[in-house]
Every structure is written in C-alpha cells, then in structure tokens.
Design a protein around this ligand. Structure first.
Ligand SMILES: *Cc1c(COP(=O)(O)O)cnc(C)c1O
Length: 427
C-alpha cells in the first residue's frame, strides 16, 4: 500500500471508529498495521516496529507463530464454535485439565469467559453467590488495594483504583467497595510487618460485610505498574483464612510467565480461592479468559441456594480460543521461557537503569519481562510515541509511565533497541 492509501485509511478510521480510552476521533492519530510477524509489526507504508507492548501483555510467543496458526486452522476444520450450554468438546476439556495442572495447587474447576473483565465479573459473582448460598448474604462487599486495575465492566470497575478508575464519574452506580492503601514495600525491598497494619484493621472491622479480597498478585498493572513484596500476599492469604474471606487473585496480566514465575502467586507459594486468567492465555490470538476456583466454592454454590452459577456467555469456551490457548501453553512448556524472561529482565535493567539520571524520571523498575520508567510529569504520549516509532519501536505510554513488556522471543538486540528508544524519548 502506498502512503496515499495509508493516509486514506487513517482518515476513514477517524470518521467511523472509536479507540480505547480515547476521544472520537482520537486526538493522536493511530498507526495502521498491515501485518505482524515474530516481534515486529509492519505498517501499511512498510515501516517495521518492534512491539514492546506484546499487544497489551498478550503476544508472548510473537505474532504469526506457525504452531499457533496450525492449532487454529486445524480447529477451524472441525468447528469454529458450538454453544456450551448442554454441549461440550475436547478442546475445552483438555484446556481445563491443562490449566488446573499448571496453576497453583488446589484449584479444581474452570469457568471460561470472553475477556479479562468478564473473568473478574464472574469471580465477583462467584464470591457473592458463595456467601449467599451459605446463608450469609451480608458478605457481599470487596476489599482491594489502591492503584489496582481489574477491567472496564461495572463490577470490575468498582474494584479499580478510585482515582484512575474515575469513580467520581460513576459514583452512584458503582458498588461501594473497601480500599486499603497500595503496598509500599517494593518486590525486593526489606519486609516490615507494619505494611499490612491497615488492611488488617479493615478486615477485622468489616469482615462481616466482606465477601473477598481481590488483588493483582505482585504486579499492579494498568493502575500504576508497581511491584510489591511477596510477603504481602502471604499475609493477605492468612487474613482471608482467619476472617472467613475468599481470596481472588487477578493474574490476567501476570499469568503465563511474565513476572519470571509461571504465575505471580508462586512467588508467595499461595493458592487463591478464585483465580482470573486472560491476556496471554491464547498467546494473543483471541479474546479469551478463565475464572478458576477451588472445589469448596463450586460445591457450595451448586448445592445450596439457587444451586447454579448465574453466568453463561454466548461464546463460552469457544473451541478456536481453547485450541490456540492449549497450543500456546504447549509452546511455553516446550520453550526455555524462564531463561528468556531472566535474560530480558537483565537487558531491561541494564538498558533502563541509565534513565534514572534523566531529570524527567522519577523511578525505574524491572521485574521479569516488564520494564517501567516512571516520570515526574505525565508523558507527552504523542511526542514519545513519534520518537520511539522513528526508532523502530512500538510503545504506548500512559499517565506517568513509559513501560515495556516485550514478547518472550524478543532478541537481545531488539530489547536494547526498545530500551534505547525509551531513554532517548525521555531525554
Ligand atoms: C487487562 C486486565 C483486565 C481486563 O481484561 P480485558 O480482557 O481487557 O477485559 C483485568 N485485570 C487485569 C489485571 C488486567 O491487566
């Protein structure tokens, strides 16, 4: 496509489309992608960009992967979709068995859904129904930590950070939840028991009305890109056990190796009562998610009260999505993802550390294949994006954060290209 056509496409986009978290038309023009392969996006005008975002945490194996392509086209020959009410199929059974085998021990049942936000809705519903079925309907609120992000639907929004989630806009529509301070001690900081004083107080005072604690384990993603101490998770698990609360871990961003462990809960050796997965579940091929739970939760909901979980998306357990998810987990298991993530972590540290010297920069932090540069003032998204694109890199900064989570297959030179693009753009 020549550049006339490129400009035409951008112009027509502005006339009819609405982009995420954006005005319509978007004040910053989008870039038009023609195709993607490996770690690179190819734009309609021929430019190639290394994807430092993995399409929002999802594309861990790179684009256009032959194994994932084959898994999806083979499934397409059998069936693209079939309803899940009253019917089942092999891809769903195999994927559920696989997820239960690789997630923290003790989870026993899988509920498939369409997207991460819906997985969180389902988790919230499960927790409310669990206590309702046990004859304790007053336990229906959720305790969470500030600077969290759990999705864009209403129940999910109610547990997002009240400021970045713009609670004031929806003030009388969101379920009022309980917010504890975000953990302060960093991932590799020195643990101090006072870190959990406040959340303990909240639990002690309000456990009678709380159904669950919901949080993102170790890495708070879109709510601030913060990494906290694993001991915090251990203490929260103990609190939930002591005061009769369910623990919901939202691993939609952290799952499947991104933090250096297969699941971030593994850093603390805990199993949540309910676990949400999404994003990298299908290697970035399809919108798909899952809510996993322990047997006691599904048993109580199934045996008492209404006796059913009140949820069932039309495209639940879509066979194409199940098949490509299975293939993606297979790729992960047959790869040296741990070594790759450690290598990327080292390169991100070396490459981003010099940013600390820049006057605009407040903090630099790296965990697993996640590199974050926090700036003192909001990033000029248009300027930074243009600068990194000029350097052959795709990034999408937001607020005070310029960050990267490249595919696990990103080579050393490519990671260096990403980190130098960030450094130059913030200089
Ligand atoms: C992205 C994300 C969600 C929402 O997932 P969608 O697929 O965008 O609905 C929920 N929780 C966390 C932690 C996420 O990173």
């Amino acid at each position: 496509m020549n550049s006339d056509n490129y400009d035409d496409l951008i112009k027509r986009d502005a006339e009819v489309l609405w982009h995420p978290y954006s005005a319509a038309p978007a004040p910053i023009l989008p870039y038009a992608v023609k195709s993607a392969s490996g770690v690179r996006l190819t734009l309609h005008d021929g430019r190639q960009l290394i994807d430092g975002m993995s399409s929002w945490w999802a594309v861990i194996h790179g684009y256009n992967h032959p194994v994932l392509n084959v898994a999806m086209s083979a499934q397409l020959e059998d069936m693209a979709h079939v309803m899940f009410g009253g019917l089942t199929h092999e891809p769903a059974v195999l994927l559920a068995e696989k997820l239960l085998a690789i997630t923290p021990p003790g989870l026993a049942r899988v509920f498939f859904c369409d997207s991460g936000s819906v997985a969180v809705e389902v988790a919230i519903k499960m927790a409310i129904q669990y206590w309702f079925s046990l004859g304790r309907p007053s336990k229906k609120r959720f305790l969470t930590i500030r600077q969290g992000y759990h999705g864009d639907t209403f129940a999910a929004m109610s547990v997002c950070d009240p400021v970045s989630g713009m609670h004031h806009l929806f003030s009388d529509l969101l379920m009022p939840q309980v917010f504890a301070k975000a953990p302060r001690i960093p991932f590799d900081g020195v643990w101090d028991e006072s870190e959990t004083d406040e959340i303990k107080e909240f639990v002690k005072a309000r456990h009678g009305e709380l159904a669950a604690i919901i949080l993102e384990p170790i890495v708070q993603g879109a709510g601030g890109m913060r990494f906290y101490h694993p001991q915090y998770l251990n203490r929260v698990r103990e609190l939930c056990d002591e005061y009769d609360l369910l623990l919901i871990a939202d691993e939609i961003a952290t799952g499947f190796g991104r933090t250096g462990e297969l699941f971030a809960c593994n850093y603390a050796g805990i199993t949540p009562d309910i676990l949400c997965l999404g994003k990298a579940l299908t290697g970035g091929y399809m919108s798909f998610a899952a809510t996993l739970t322990k047997a006691f939760v599904s048993e109580v909901i199934s045996q008492k009260g209404p006796g059913v979980l009140m949820h069932g998306p039309t495209f639940m357990a879509n066979p194409l999505a199940c098949s490509v998810a299975l293939a993606s987990i297979g790729l992960l298991e047959n790869s040296c993802w741990r070594e790759s993530v450690v290598e990327i972590e080292g390169l991100l540290k070396t490459g981003l550390e010099p940013c600390r010297e820049l006057p605009a920069v407040k903090d630099v932090r790296v965990l697993g294949a996640i590199g974050v540069v926090e700036t003192r003032n909001p990033v000029d998204v248009r300027r930074v994006q243009e600068m990194v694109v000029d350097r052959g890199v795709w990034l999408r900064p937001f607020a005070n954060l310029c960050y990267t989570m490249p595919p696990f297959v990103t080579g050393a030179d490519e990671v260096r290209q990403i980190t130098s693009a960030i450094k130059e753009a913030l200089s």
